[in-house]
Every structure is written in structure tokens, then in C-alpha cells.
Design a protein around this ligand. Structure first.
Ligand code: PD2
Ligand code: ZN
Length: 305
């Protein structure tokens, strides 16, 4: 056995310790995705599969397919903040113009920024739609979590003092209408979207600056990008006005957007060359008076299934 191969096999985590396993079950699929993403060699993965009872030719074919599914695309490049100028601001998918036709509604464009790519909209949702979302979520909220950069698990931490609730994508006719509208507005396929998330902040609640993308340098990101790939863009819809504070801020771009019921902010951070934009560091400023309700849609590179 070649030396490099042995090292890679050691890095490869094998699902379960069941011994002989020939079925390509979900655990093996996950194992393949994770280890292809980590850069393990095909030989090391075939070796591990043969040891676990797979036929060698079948293992070679399975690994070849897994590698061509995920390995054909270029690696994601995290542009360091001090080299922000290296990020290429290629064409934004959102339609040009003052009004964007979004499925069943005309949405007004209030502001467009180029660096970072940020668009502020008015009237993405009606007042009734905002109120309905708040009422549906109000009694189902749970303390929000944040992705642990090392493990990829969701942790409750002080950086994010809000409560949240997730809708399933298109879970009923009302949510489907909103999912379709947002997909049309962001000009990104419906199937690439995560479910809508509702967040509620009370006085003092905030979300300290962070990236919505999964930094490739953090080991926990592998887990998150194995489903649908990297996040490409975010839409935050404001479901309420906020009496004091609660702006969405981009500290490295000197930008702050006030919450206004029914309005929304869009920002894009993964370009066509798979570079990530460090200027999209952003946060939710502390609410100093009243409360704040928002709804977030994150879009992925590939179908999120
Ligand atoms: O509440 C916000 O304004 C906010 C700011 C930054 C929400 C998020 N990020 C988020 O949900 O990712
Ligand atoms: Zn965010």
C-alpha cells in the first residue's frame, strides 16, 4: 500500500462498525460525499469499501460516480478580507429595472449596491402576509442556534439572541406562494432554496456579524455543503417595523439597512467562479426598542433535497 493512500484511509470515517456491508445505504452515501469533499484519493476510498465487504469493481464504479458528481466543479475560494478586491463582481441574477415581476407580485427596487452585491426592496410581502407569518410562527419558536465551525453542529450561543422557526419548503399553498415569489425575485430555482426561517428578536436581541456562507476553511462546513452545496445568496424579509435599532449592518462596507415591514434585503456572496465575497460580513444590530420579526431565505448552488 502506498504511503499517501494509508494516510487517506485513516482520514476517511467509515459509517458504523458493522463489518461486511454491501448495500449503498444513506450512511455510505454520506461517507462518500464527506470524503470526496475532503480530498481523499479514490484508491483509499475503494480500499476502505473493499475492506467493508464491497466488490472491488462495484466500489470503483461507486467512487468514480461520487467523484464526478462533486469533483467536477472548481473548489470554493474564500477571499481573505484584506484581499477583498480579488472578488469578481460578476452579473447578479436578479433582474434589472425599478420593478421586478416576482411570480404573483410586482416588487419595487429601492437601492442597489455593487460591492457587496446588495439590493433593498419594498413590498415583497403585504402587511397581511407578514402578520399571518408572525401568527403562524409565534407559538412554535425555539431559541436560535448557530453552526459550530468545527463540528458543523447547531449550537445555542450568545452571538445570536433570537428565537426561530423553520417552514418546510412549499409546505402548504400559502408558503408555496411565498417560496415561488422569492425564487422569482432572487431568480434562482425554487428547489435550490432552504425552507423559510422566521426569526424573532426582543429588546436587546442581536445577531453579531457573521457570514451566511459556510467558510471552506472550517471543518464543520463539509457537513453543511454536502446537501445542496454552498449558499449563494440571502433574502431577509422584514415582517415588522422596529421601533429602535435592529438594522441589518455590513460593517466592512459601511452599510446599514433599516427594517421596514414587507421590505427585504438581498445579498449575494458566491460568484460564478465560486469565489466568496468577504464584504458580505453582516449582522443584526441590537433591538433597542420594541421587537423585530424577519424571514430568511438562503439559496444553494444545487437542489436542496
Ligand atoms: O436579523 C437580521 O437582520 C439578520 C442579520 C444578519 C439576520 C441574519 N443575518 C440571518 O438570519 O442570517
Ligand atoms: Zn446572516
Amino acid at each position: 500500500m502506498k504511503r499517501g493512500m494509508k494516510q487517506d484511509v485513516t482520514r476517511a470515517r467509515e459509517p458504523g462498525s458493522e463489518g461486511v456491508m454491501r448495500e449503498m445505504d444513506a450512511a455510505w452515501q454520506q461517507w462518500l460525499t464527506t470524503n470526496v469533499g475532503r480530498g481523499c484519493t479514490p484508491e483509499s476510498m475503494v480500499d476502505a469499501m473493499v475492506q467493508a465487504g464491497f466488490d472491488k469493481d462495484a466500489a470503483r464504479e461507486i467512487v468514480r460516480r461520487a467523484a464526478s458528481n462533486t469533483g467536477a466543479e472548481a473548489a470554493v475560494i474564500e477571499t481573505p478580507p484584506d484581499e477583498a478586491g480579488a472578488y469578481d463582481y460578476d452579473a447578479c441574477p436578479v433582474a434589472a429595472g425599478n420593478i421586478v415581476r416576482a411570480h404573483d407580485r410586482d416588487v419595487a427596487v429601492r437601492v442597489r449596491f455593487e460591492r457587496p452585491q446588495v439590493i433593498v426592496f419594498d413590498d415583497v410581502l403585504s402587511r397581511d402576509e407578514c402578520d399571518e407569518l408572525i401568527e403562524r410562527a409565534r407559538h412554535r419558536l425555539k431559541r436560535s442556534t448557530t453552526v459550530n465551525p468545527e463540528s458543523g453542529r447547531e449550537d445555542v450561543i450568545q452571538l445570536r439572541t433570537s428565537e426561530g422557526f423553520w417552514f418546510q419548503r412549499c409546505e402548504d399553498a400559502f408558503i408555496e406562494r411565498l417560496d415561488r415569489r422569492i425564487s422569482a425575485l432572487m431568480n434562482w430555482p425554487l428547489e435550490h432554496g432552504e425552507g423559510l426561517q422566521i426569526l424573532h428578536y426582543t429588546k436587546g436581541g442581536e445577531y453579531r456579524p457573521h457570514f451566511d456562507y459556510f467558510p471552506p476553511s472550517q471543518s464543520g462546513s463539509v457537513l453543511h455543503t454536502s446537501r445542496g452545496g454552498q449558499r449563494v445568496a440571502t433574502l431577509i424579509v422584514y415582517l415588522s417595523d422596529v421601533a429602535g435599532g435592529g438594522e441589518t449592518v455590513f460593517p466592512n462596507a459601511g452599510l446599514a439597512v433599516m427594517a421596514r415591514q414587507g421590505g427585504a434585503i438581498y445579498f449575494r456572496y458566491l460568484n460564478g467562479h465560486r469565489q466568496l465575497d468577504p464584504l458580505t460580513l453582516h449582522g443584526g444590530a441590537p433591538v433597542t426598542n420594541g421587537e423585530k420579526w424577519i424571514m430568511t431565505k438562503w439559496m444553494r448552488e444545487r437542489p436542496y433535497v
